[in-house]
Write a protein that binds this ligand. Structure first.
Ligand code: ATP
Length: 206
């Protein structure tokens, strides 16, 4: 018998529908921890990552309100992988620690970790018991991101090219949510997924 919740890694490419699925699971009662949201908190005014960012990138990396100056950092790391890596080295251990702490005190039957780059970046895998991949046709991803962000195709294609392929991602999936249809169809799948995860969580507790 264990009190640790089942840990579900949720991933998918840009605009695949991760947020829609994690929002639906949260509404059904699951605890959701989103790596991007945690990173944002760590870089907000007085966030835990701010001292290390100031030390690594200098005072000009910190905005007047005490948060990380996102525009400055975005430009700085744009074509410098070593600087991007330096930022990740600051953020990843802090994100991981937050996740581990939250899982430890969680009373939810299962916790969802939304990790956009689960298939790309090593190191998250051993935190998760089950991996869910949200998948949709690439052209649908492009259409949805275009509608949401107003980006040109070239910018979206650039992001897609830097991410794992759909095939690579599907290889690590225990469950796949196919998001080629309507929002209603997606919600029905999220409901079915929730029920499966509750069953797995209950079995794991026995
Ligand atoms: P990102 O990684 O880029 O943040 P995401 O994987 O979290 O994206 P969402 O934000 O959930 O994806 O979805 C991307 C966009 O597509 C949103 O504007 C969302 O409302 C829309 N969308 C997602 N699924 C559907 C659907 N089945 N029908 C219509 N619109 C959808």
């Amino acid at each position: 018998m264990t009190n640790k919740p089942l840990v579900v890694g949720l991933t998918g490419g840009i605009g695949s529908g991760k947020t829609k699925v994690s929002d639906a699971l949260a509404k059904l009662g699951a605890q959701v921890l989103d790596a991007d949201v945690l990173a944002h908190e760590l870089c907000s005014p007085n966030g835990a990552a701010i001292p290390a960012i100031r030390q690594e990138f200098g005072p000009q990396a910190i905005a007047a309100d005490g948060s990380m100056d996102r525009n400055h950092i975005r430009k700085l790391v744009f074509d410098k992988p070593e600087l991007r890596l330096a930022l990740e080295k600051i953020l990843h251990p802090l994100i991981r620690q937050r996740i581990v702490d939250e899982i430890q005190i969680s009373t939810s039957p299962y916790c969802v970790l939304v990790i956009p780059l689960l298939a790309e970046k090593g190191g998250w895998g051993h935190l998760t018991d089950v991996v869910v991949v949200v998948d949709c046709e690439t052209r649908t991803q492009i259409e949805r991101v275009k509608a949401r962000n107003g980006w040109p195709d070239s910018q979206i294609e650039q992001v897609l090219a830097a991410q794992a392929t759909r095939e690579q991602r599907l290889k690590i999936a225990d469950f796949v949510v196919k998001n080629n249809g309507t929002s209603e169809e997606l919600l029905l799948q999220a409901q079915a997924l929730h029920e499966k995860l509750l069953l797995i969580a209950a079995e794991a507790k026995e």
